[in-house]
Design a protein around this ligand. Structure first.
Ligand SMILES: [Zn+2]
Length: 135
């Protein structure tokens, strides 16, 4: 990851003292994800608000249909972002509890590669597959 230039959204995130040093990277990734999700949520909520308050409300039928579409789309975005936010926060809590990077089913340490790809993973690959088969 040498290409940091041009990535203007890099925010300096202070790391609290109760975050163990081996999880500093994960903490930063999670906090950045949290900020991004909050931005997404704010944007979606604003988009809905604009539709309800804007000129296009109270117009003809076509406008009404447009508003419904926006509400549906933003609703999906919001639901998705809130679910992710919950998982991100749970992962940050797990870092504080010292349970982060441990599979909650079998207790095995989740490989770093998996956590890099999925920083809020709570299961090792094996248990994840088991979970998915059960559904
Ligand atoms: Zn497991």
């Amino acid at each position: 990851m040498a290409k940091r230039k041009g990535f203007t959204a890099q925010v300096e995130i202070p790391i609290p003292d109760d975050i163990p040093s081996q999880h500093h990277d994960a903490y930063m990734v999670l906090r950045r994800r949290e900020l991004a999700l909050r931005t997404t949520l704010r944007g979606s909520l604003r988009a809905i608000g604009d539709d309800w308050q804007g000129d296009n409300f109270g117009g003809d039928l076509a406008d009404g249909a447009q508003i419904t579409t926006t509400l549906d789309e933003e609703g999906v975005t919001i639901t998705h972002a809130e679910a992710q936010l919950g998982r991100v926060n749970a992962a940050i809590d797990a870092i504080r509890d010292g349970t982060y990077s441990k599979c909650i089913s079998c207790g095995v340490t989740i490989p770093k590669a998996r956590l890099n790809a999925l920083p809020f993973a709570t299961h090792c690959v094996k248990c994840q597959e088991k979970e998915e088969r059960r559904r």
